[in-house]
Design a protein around this ligand. Structure first.
Ligand SMILES: CC(C)(COP(=O)(O)OP(=O)(O)OC[C@H]1O[C@@H](n2cnc3c(N)ncnc32)[C@H](O)[C@@H]1OP(=O)(O)O)[C@@H](O)C(=O)NCCC(=O)NCCS
Length: 148
């Protein structure tokens, strides 16, 4: 397993980024200023994680995704651990916002994140079309925070 920072041609990763955030227009708003890490297993791209600096003590995950055929092998967890280790001396908190999907929320809570607040109707007001996950329409953006 190898994790590389992607510095050029980030749009080459659009197909995997769309797994974590299905709106290409939203991705284009953060991807250029993001630091993007890509995880490879046996030289095959399996997962990506895009992070930005929010303030001088906080970094934010803007996108985290693993191709379906590589899910449940620990790759996204490895990327979170990598990001935490890389930034823990410089920053205090790792935050992220996600939709109200129980699987996603437990994934993050099991990895030390706690809910802080929600942005009401974020997905309705900011996405060009309704987003459904596991048959449920996403409405609020839920913010989670982990102490590094
Ligand atoms: C969430 C996601 C990044 C996890 O990637 P992964 O490489 O399979 O993660 P790991 O193997 O390290 O851990 C597997 C965990 O993901 C959970 N999981 C499996 N499918 C999932 C899904 N569709 N959505 C959310 N979590 C999922 C498993 O329950 C497991 O959690 P647990 O260990 O706490 O029980 C991956 O499922 C994914 O890309 N989902 C779609 C995009 C998404 O929801 N991104 C998060 C919002 S930014």
């Amino acid at each position: 397993m190898q994790i590389k920072e992607i510095t050029a041609n980030k749009t080459d990763y659009t197909d995997i980024l769309l797994i974590g955030d299905e709106d290409e227009n939203m991705i284009s708003k953060y991807i250029e200023q993001s630091t993007v890490f890509a995880l490879y297993a046996n030289n095959a791209l399996t997962s990506v994680c895009a992070v930005i600096t929010t303030d001088n003590e906080t970094i934010e995950i803007k996108n985290l995704a693993t191709y379906p055929e590589y899910q449940n092998k620990g790759y996204a967890s490895a990327l979170i651990d990598f990001v935490c280790n890389k930034y823990k001396t410089e920053f205090k908190y790792l935050i992220l916002g996600t939709g109200e999907n129980n699987k996603t929320l437990s994934f993050y809570k099991n990895r030390g994140f706690k809910e802080t607040h929600r942005l009401k109707n974020f997905f309705i007001e900011n996405y060009s079309h309704p987003i459904f996950e596991d048959g449920k329409q996403l409405k609020d953006m839920i913010y989670l925070k982990k102490i590094l």
